[in-house]
Design a binder for this molecule. Structure first.
Ligand SMILES: *[C@@H]1O[C@H](CO)[C@@H](O)[C@H](O)[C@H]1NC(C)=O
Ligand SMILES: *[C@@H]1O[C@H](CO)[C@@H](O)[C@H](O)[C@H]1NC(C)=O
Ligand SMILES: *[C@@H]1O[C@H](CO)[C@@H](O)[C@H](O)[C@H]1NC(C)=O
Ligand SMILES: *[C@@H]1O[C@H](CO)[C@@H](O)[C@H](O)[C@H]1NC(C)=O
Ligand SMILES: *[C@@H]1O[C@H](CO)[C@@H](O)[C@H](O)[C@H]1NC(C)=O
Ligand SMILES: *[C@@H]1O[C@H](CO)[C@@H](O)[C@H](O)[C@H]1NC(C)=O
Ligand SMILES: *[C@@H]1O[C@H](CO)[C@@H](O)[C@H](O)[C@H]1NC(C)=O
Ligand SMILES: *[C@@H]1O[C@H](CO)[C@@H](O)[C@H](O)[C@H]1NC(C)=O
Length: 731
C-alpha cells in the first residue's frame, strides 16, 4: 500500500498545532485545584468535563471503574472529531500535576511519531490475563495506563466512540482491549494492506516516560530536579523529564510531596512561590471569624497553667472564641482548669469543660469537639490544640486563618530536637517515614506551606469543610488507630489536603514523658525534659541582661548581686519545702551531713531531701556558672556542690546566723521572698568590709567567695518568715 495523503498531511504539522486538554472532574477537590493551578501556570487550554455531575464511576482508587470518564470524553469528542489539526491531551486531574508546558508536550508527541500515545506503567491493571497480548518492549514500561492519553482528535474520537459500557465499567480495561488488538494498533500487516492501514489507530505507549510519569511502582525512579525557576521531576531510569506527573494507585502522598515543589511551588532561589495565593486578609474583614478552640488534656502535662495563659493572651478577640476543654487527667489538672475557668470564663464567648467523669475515650472527645463546631452554623473554624502545644507566637490563629486552607497546622517542634507535629511521609504500614525534606522543614531551612500526610497536636479546620466534605460525625475512631492517625487517614481518603506551615516560628511541643506528678510543684523538676519552658517559667526576665548589659550590682566588694529566679520559682520552691515540712531545727547534730556535726547550723531542708539535687546542680551549671565566669574571670566552676538547701529564718525558730565562713569556693544565696511584705529585718553583713545588704530582693542572688575573705553573718529576721536558697559551690 502507498502511504495515504492523510499521513503526509500530518507530517507537515508543526509545533503550532493546537493542544486542548480534556479532563474529567465531578468535584473541585484540593487535587483538582492543584491540577488547574499547574495548568494555568503553563497556559494550557483546559476543558473540564462532568463538573457538577454525580460521580458514578465507582471507587477507582480501590477497584475498577472510571467508565464515566470515557463516556464524558466520547460526548465531548463528537464535536471535535473532524478537527484534524487538534491534538487532544486527556488526563486525570485529582492526582496529576503538569511539570512542563504545551510546547514541550507537542514536541515530544511529534517525536513519538504516532497518532495516539498512552501513558505506560510497569504494572498491569485491571486484567492480568491480558499481559501476553501486549507487544514486548526491550526496555521501558510495557503496560497501558489510561490516566494520560495524547492524540489527534479524529483518532481519539475513533477510540472513545467505541465506548458503549456503563459508567462504572473500567476505563483502563476498555483502552487496553483496543490497544492490545493488533488490528486496531499498528501492526506489521498494515503496511501491506491499505484497508487494514485505514483501520489502525497508530497507537503506542510512552514506554520511557517522555511525557507521562505514572508514579505507581515507580517512586524509586524519580527525583526532584531543582532549576532556578521551576522544579521538575526527573526519571532516573530513562533519564527523562516527564511533563505529566500522575500519582496513580497508592502514590497520592508521594505526588503531594512532589507537588510541594513542582512546577513552581518552592525552590531554593525564591522559596515559596504560592504561599501568598488565595490568602485571606483578616484586616479587611468586618468581623473576625468565630473559632471553636478544642483543648485536649489527655495525659498529665507540664506547664498547663502557662498553656492556658498563652491561650488567653493569643492575639484574637476573645468574644469570637468558644472553648471546649476535654480533661482526661482527673485529680491533677482539675485545679488548673478550675482556676482558669473561674478567672476567665466570661472572657470567652463560651467555655465548656468535659471532665474525666464523662469517661470519654480520646477519640470520642475529639469527635465531640469537632462536632460542636460542625453543628454550629456560626462556627467558621475549629482549632484543635493538645495541652502539650506551647504557641509562643500570639498571632498563630490569625496566621493560620489567613493562609486559607481546609486543614492547616502550625509547625511546632520539640525544643532543639527533630521531633515535630507532622510526618513528611508514611511507611507502608501507615506509620512514620522520613521524607527527604523533613529535616529542612523542621529546621526551617525550607520555609513554606507543605502538603503532608500526617499531622497532630494542633491544627485548624474550616467549619464549612466540617459541614460538607467532612460531615460524618466520626473521624477520630477508626480501627485501633490513634485518634490523630484516624483523622489524617480519613482526610487523605477524602482527598482533603493537610498542610503544615513553617512560615513563622509558632512555638514548641513539650515533652510529657517522665512527668512525675508526685511532687507538690512538679514543673520545677522539668529542667531536663523541657528546658525551654522551665527557663521561661523559672528564670528571671532580666537574667540575660547580665551578659548583654552588665545588669548586675556589687553592693560590697566581691559580692555580686543579680536577678536569677522568677517570683514563681521562688514561691514554688518555698511551697515545696513547706509541703515537705521537715525543717532541721538548726541543731548542731545533723545526720544529713558527713561527720554528723554542723558548726554553724541553720534551720533548713536540703535539696536532696526533696529529690531535687540533680535538678538544682543542673540549674547551677546552666545559670550560675556563666555569671561566675563573668564576675570572677578566669575561674571555671565545676558547678559541684554538696550543700544545697533552703533556709528559713523566723523569730519563733531561728532568726539569724552568727558570723562564719562558708566551706565553698564561692556561695550563692537567693532571696525567695520579699522584705517588708513577707518579713522584716534580715539581710547579710560582711565583716571585713563593714558592709551590709539589708534589702534583699526576691529572686535575686548574691554570689561571694566562701573562705577567708568573706566572713559574714545572717542579720536577724524580726517579724514574719524569710526564706533563702543557698549553695556552697566547689567546696
Ligand atoms: C503564560 O501566559 C502569560 C501571559 O501571556 C505569560 O506572561 C507567561 O509567561 C506564560 N507562562 C508560561 C509558563 O509560558
Ligand atoms: C503513525 O503516524 C505517524 C505520524 O503521526 C506516521 O509518521 C507513521 O508512519 C504512522 N505509523 C504507522 C505504522 O502507520
Ligand atoms: C469507661 O469506659 C470504658 C470503655 O468505654 C468501660 O470499660 C469502663 O467501665 C467505663 N468506666 C466507668 C467508670 O464508667
Ligand atoms: C485517659 O483515658 C483513657 C481511657 O480513654 C485511660 O486509659 C487513661 O488512663 C486516661 N489517662 C489518664 C491520665 O487519666
Ligand atoms: C517521682 O517522685 C517521687 C518523689 O520524689 C519518687 O519517689 C519517685 O521515685 C519518682 N518516680 C519516678 C518514676 O521517677
Ligand atoms: C526587668 O527590667 C525592666 C527594666 O529595668 C523592669 O521594668 C522590669 O520590671 C524587670 N523585670 C522584672 C521581672 O523585675
Ligand atoms: C561600719 O559602718 C557603719 C555605718 O555604715 C559605721 O557606723 C561604723 O562605724 C562602721 N564600723 C567600722 C568598724 O568601721
Ligand atoms: C509582724 O507582721 C504582721 C503581719 O505580717 C503584722 O501584723 C505585725 O504588726 C508585725 N509586727 C511588728 C512588730 O511589726
Amino acid at each position: 500500500c502507498l502511504p495515504s495523503c492523510e499521513t503526509a498531511k500530518f507530517c507537515l504539522l508543526s509545533f503550532s498545532e493546537k493542544l486542548l486538554v480534556l479532563t474529567v472532574a465531578t468535584e473541585e477537590t484540593d487535587g483538582f485545584h492543584r491540577f488547574i493551578r499547574s495548568a494555568n501556570y503553563f497556559n494550557y487550554t483546559v476543558k473540564v468535563l462532568g463538573m457538577e455531575e454525580t460521580w458514578k464511576g465507582g471507587d477507582v482508587g480501590r477497584s475498577i471503574g472510571g467508565g464515566q470518564k470515557v463516556r464524558l470524553l466520547k460526548e465531548a469528542m463528537e464535536a471535535l472529531a473532524d478537527q484534524e489539526d487538534l491534538i487532544i491531551l486527556t488526563v486525570d486531574s485529582y492526582d496529576l500535576i503538569f511539570a512542563g508546558g504545551p510546547e514541550e508536550i507537542l514536541r515530544k508527541f511529534q517525536q513519538a511519531n504516532h497518532k495516539v500515545l498512552f501513558a505506560a506503567e510497569a504494572l498491569i491493571w485491571p486484567d492480568k490475563r491480558l499481559a501476553d497480548k501486549y507487544p514486548l518492549v526491550r526496555s521501558g514500561k510495557r503496560y497501558l495506563n489510561s490516566g494520560g492519553i495524547i492524540g489527534y482528535a479524529p483518532y481519539i474520537n475513533r477510540i472513545v466512540s467505541q465506548w458503549n459500557l456503563h459508567d462504572n465499567d473500567d476505563d483502563q480495561l476498555f483502552y487496553t482491549k483496543i490497544y492490545v488488538d493488533p488490528l486496531q494498533r499498528v501492526s506489521i500487516f498494515n503496511s501491506l494492506c491499505f484497508h487494514v492501514f485505514q483501520q489502525t489507530l497508530n497507537m503506542t505507549l510512552d514506554h520511557k516516560c517522555q511525557i507521562f510519569q505514572n508514579l505507581n511502582g515507580a517512586v524509586d525512579e524519580v527525583l526532584l530536579k531543582f532549576g532556578t525557576d521551576r522544579v521538575r521531576v526527573r526519571n532516573t531510569v530513562y533519564d527523562s523529564l516527564p511533563v505529566v506527573i500522575h500519582g496513580n494507585g497508592n502514590t497520592k502522598m508521594y505526588l503531594n510531596y512532589l507537588g510541594n515543589y513542582v512546577p513552581n511551588a518552592w525552590n531554593y532561589e525564591h522559596g515559596c512561590r504560592d504561599c501568598d495565593d488565595d490568602v485571606v486578609d483578616l484586616s479587611q474583614l468586618k468581623e473576625y471569624p468565630n473559632v471553636l478552640v478544642g483543648v485536649f488534656i489527655e495525659q498529665p502535662t507540664p506547664f498547663l497553667p502557662e498553656f492556658f495563659q498563652r491561650l488567653l493572651t493569643m492575639d484574637y478577640p476573645k468574644d469570637k472564641l468558644k472553648l471546649f476543654v476535654h480533661n482526661n487527667v482527673s485529680v491533677y489538672h482539675e485545679k488548673h482548669i478550675q482556676k482558669f475557668w473561674e478567672e476567665n470564663r466570661n472572657a470567652f464567648n463560651s467555655f465548656k469543660v468535659v471532665g474525666p467523669e464523662e469517661n470519654l475515650s480520646q477519640g470520642e472527645a475529639r469527635n465531640m469537639g469537632m462536632d460542636l463546631c460542625r453543628k454550629d452554623a456560626t462556627c467558621n473554624y475549629y482549632f484543635s490544640m493538645d495541652s502539650d502545644v506551647m504557641l509562643t507566637n500570639r498571632q498563630t490563629l490569625k496566621l493560620l486563618i489567613e493562609q486559607n486552607r481546609k486543614i492547616i497546622g502550625p509547625l511546632v517542634t520539640r525544643h532543639g530536637k527533630l521531633w515535630s507535629n507532622f510526618w513528611g511521609a508514611l511507611s507502608l504500614d501507615g506509620y512514620y517515614a522520613r521524607s527527604e525534606d523533613y529535616v529542612d522543614i523542621v529546621q526551617r531551612k525550607r520555609v513554606g506551606v507543605w502538603n503532608i500526610p500526617y499531622m497532630a497536636h494542633v491544627y485548624l479546620v474550616k467549619g464549612s469543610v466540617l459541614r460538607n466534605e467532612m460531615k460524618e460525625r466520626n473521624y477520630f475512631v477508626l480501627e485501633k488507630l490513634d485518634p490523630d492517625m484516624a483523622l489524617c487517614r480519613n482526610a487523605r481518603e477524602l482527598g482533603i489536603f493537610m498542610y503544615i506551615t513553617n512560615r513563622h516560628d509558632f512555638g514548641r511541643l513539650i515533652s510529657t514523658a517522665n512527668y512525675n506528678i508526685s511532687h507538690y510543684n512538679n514543673d520545677l523538676w522539668q529542667i531536663f525534659e523541657n528546658p525551654a519552658d522551665w527557663r521561661e517559667k523559672y528564670i528571671h526576665q532580666n537574667y540575660t541582661r547580665i551578659f548583654t548589659e552588665n545588669y548586675l550590682e556589687e553592693p560590697c566588694p566581691d559580692v555580686y548581686w543579680f536577678p536569677v529566679f522568677t517570683e514563681k520559682a521562688c514561691d514554688e520552691l518555698v511551697e515545696e519545702m513547706e509541703h515537705y515540712g521537715s525543717w532541721s531545727g538548726g541543731k548542731h547534730e545533723d545526720k544529713r551531713i558527713a561527720g554528723g556535726y554542723e558548726t554553724v547550723p541553720t534551720d533548713d531542708i536540703h535539696m536532696k531531701q526533696i529529690g531535687f539535687d540533680k535538678e538544682w546542680l543542673h540549674f547551677i551549671r546552666e545559670f550560675i556558672s556563666p555569671v561566675t565566669l563573668k564576675v570572677f574571670s578566669g575561674y571555671y566552676t565545676k558547678g559541684y556542690a554538696i550543700m544545697n538547701f533552703v533556709v528559713k529564718y523566723t523569730p519563733e525558730r531561728q532568726a539569724y546566723l552568727r558570723p562564719h565562713h562558708d566551706s565553698s569556693t564561692f556561695t550563692i544565696n537567693i532571696a525567695l521572698n520579699n522584705k517588708d511584705r513577707d518579713f522584716q529585718g534580715g539581710g547579710c553583713r560582711f565583716h571585713r568590709y563593714n558592709c551590709s545588704i539589708e534589702s534583699p530582693r526576691k529572686g535575686w542572688s548574691f554570689m561571694h567567695p566562701g573562705r577567708l575573705t568573706h566572713l559574714h553573718e545572717g542579720l536577724p529576721t524580726t517579724n514574719g518568715t524569710r526564706y533563702i536558697a543557698v549553695s556552697f559551690i566547689d567546696p
